[in-house]
Design a protein around this ligand. Structure first.
Ligand SMILES: NC(=O)c1ccc[n+]([C@@H]2O[C@H](COP(=O)([O-])OP(=O)(O)OC[C@H]3O[C@@H](n4cnc5c(N)ncnc54)[C@H](OP(=O)(O)O)[C@@H]3O)[C@@H](O)[C@H]2O)c1
Length: 256
């Protein structure tokens, strides 16, 4: 009988990463989860989940951590959900956590995937790779733009090894940790519902669903792609959006 597949989720202790960890558990995977702080008690009790503590903004000790994770068996999938949190623009830390750490993990594990596994790598990007989000610092934008190209580079470089590497780019999403906040912001969520073509905000499950698709057999010929998960919001031209939310909405607005 085939051993349980082993998947690694970097940044899987909270938010969207946690939703992906739960989905993997439900499929019977062994999951190695990495974060700075331990997962909640509920998640620590999930069957097959092992937690590894590390601060990816500091490279010290990363090699021995990677070796420890590898001891749990060749990988089925590898996914990156980590993002730096904190005040101010910590340029170096954004690049270390998003780019350097992702590259180190990929380089270390590229020859440590199970031969008969999914052999899929997925990183989570952001609309901040292509647009400017006023609430995010410069380092976030540059790191996410770099992540997209890192994914494209490895998609080509690792194709001969039978590995696929893709990106999922979410818009603003509701996650378990932010559900109470969004519930208390009825006007804002209604506005999102109005401007997002799909008519609602996305959730962590939508992100995990996209990662699942990219790791699965239906995406066997898909590599180096950026799957945008935003309910169609980024398809709208900004000027149309401005008119849609303007008090003049409903009236014909013409340019003079
Ligand atoms: N939430 C959204 O609406 C949204 C929108 C667009 C894109 N995204 C992208 O989606 C991904 C997940 O976002 P999220 O909102 O779910 O994030 P989150 O809730 O902040 O979770 C981030 C994860 O990364 C880990 N992490 C953060 N800094 C780390 C470090 N220095 N070393 C090791 N682990 C670290 C966290 O663990 P600790 O808490 O223990 O540090 C946590 O597990 C990110 O790449 C984000 O940019 C999110």
């Amino acid at each position: 009988m085939r051993n349980k597949p082993h998947s690694v989720v970097v940044g899987g202790t909270r938010g969207h990463g946690r939703a992906w960890v739960r989905a993997l558990c439900a499929k019977g995977h062994k999951v190695s989860v990495l974060g700075r702080r331990a997962p909640s008690d509920t998640d620590r009790g999930l069957p097959g989940v092992r937690f590894f503590r590390a601060d990816l903004s500091k490279p010290t000790g990363l090699q021995s951590l990677l070796t420890k994770i590898a001891k749990h068996g060749p990988l089925d999938t590898l996914a990156f959900f980590q993002r730096l949190r904190g005040a101010g623009d910590s340029w170096d830390a954004e690049l270390a956590v998003t780019l350097t750490a992702t590259n180190r993990f990929i380089e270390f594990f590229k020859r440590r995937f199970a031969k008969d596994g999914a052999r899929a790598i997925v990183a989570v990007g952001s609309a901040g790779a292509a647009f400017v989000a006023a609430e995010q610092p410069a380092g976030y934008h540059v790191a996410k733009a770099g992540l997209k190209q890192l994914v494209r580079y490895h998609a080509v470089a690792l194709a001969p090894l039978g590995l696929r590497v893709n990106l999922v780019s979410p818009g603003a999403m509701i996650k378990e940790e932010s559900a109470a906040f969004w519930a208390s912001q009825k006007k804002l969520t209604e506005l999102y519902g109005k401007v997002i073509p799909r008519g609602r905000m996305g959730t962590s499950k939508d992100v995990a669903g996209a990662v699942d698709f990219l790791c699965g057999p239906h995406a066997a010929f898909v590599t180096g792609q950026d799957l945008v998960v935003d309910g169609g919001l980024s398809l709208l031209w900004q000027e149309s959006l401005a008119r849609q939310v303007s008090p003049l909405a409903g009236r014909r607005v013409t340019r003079k």
